[in-house]
Ligand binder design. Sequence first.
Ligand code: IFM
Length: 452
Amino acid sequence: MTNGFPSGFTWGAATASYQVEGAVSADGRGPSIWDTFAHTPGRISDGTNGDVAVEHYHRFADDIRLLADLGLTAYRFSIAWPRIMPDGLAGSANPAGLDFYRRLAEACLANGVTPYATLYHWDLPQPLEDAGGWLVRDTAYRFRDYAVAVHDGLSDVIKHWMTLNEPWCSAFLGYGNGEHAPGRTVGVDALKAAHHLLLGHGLALDAIRTEGSGGSAYGIALNPAPIHPASDSPADRDAARRIDGLRNRLFLEPLLSGQYPADVLEDTGTTEWFAAQEADLPLIAAPLDFLGVNYYCPTTVAAPDGPISTPGPSTQPGSENVVAVDTGLPTTQMGWPIQASGLRDILVAINKLAPELPLYVTENGSAYPDVVTADGQVEDDERLDYLRQHVAVCKDLVSEGFPLKGYFAWSLLDNFEWAWGYSRRFGIVYVDYATQQRIVKKSGRWLQDFLR
Ligand code: IFM
């Protein structure tokens, strides 16, 4: 036991390809939807993009040494599909792309760090979006082919795999309210995209697991959140049911129970469409070795009296009248309320659905406007506090015998925070974007001391 955690507990930090790598034209990488989106005026609040990011493509060896110096023994990164299949099509696996991730995984292993790879953290090859993106079934099959190419190329050095990261974001921010690439805005399309993402997950898992991969573990990372009604009124309780349905049950139930929540399909008028996809469910519900949970905050919702607002671009198709309510909790720079007990709530809720399933916190972290002091330090006490509170929740759960197997801080490094550009820092390591200098923040030092 170390600090109340069993010695086998995994401690890591996470990043994602487009957020950190830069080098967008290196070694045959093709364009992704995020290149297109970020270069479209008005899409990113500070007008930036991931062209350079934090140069992780060239600096990964130093970054992994830094991660190991912090006492972390796992690195969760994502593989950029457009580096492996620049045009998104099978038969075109790019050896230089595979070679980059081989070098990265080998650098992890050389530093005593276990690589945890996510196959899709939102950077769809642009040619696949041009062919319909996640709104067409074919993309799920292309994802399977890509997953097989990566797994064939790297399964000797990578033993922990996640298919998708936060399919809710890909579907509802990418196709629902357009805040993320590809920036499409037809509410119910988000549900269709969600299904094709889950189908891609199922196809990929089926293909890579049957390829002789003894000793490897396969999962998916979701971003479920506790959804609370603002009051006990029937309207608010119904609002919470609806949002919980879109955010949580639409993903957890097909994956863990092999069915879609009927009420969500009814609310969104998609019952008939989903009935036609029913044959995909056994594939989607194939057993997982673990589930990754990315947790940041809970949400409290209400359904105010009065007319339903006109449905526009929305992350909550069929429930556009539902509003998020400020409950007075302190918030991070993202405006996200801080409530560490929400991490317990969501993990316990998932555990009820799948009592035997090992769980990992695959992301957890907070954004604050860090500053470098005159003596070159970053005193991020608020982030440290956030980290300490959430780690304490994990400790309690583990001490109760809960099947929580690891914790990954989001993020190892400050990076490109999607539609917020570089204006939101989540790292436990500060990055000076002008010089690319890395400075371990006080929160990172705290983690290092804690793990020592
Ligand atoms: O930066 C993102 C990450 O890519 C996915 N999960 C949430 C993080 C913070 O918004």
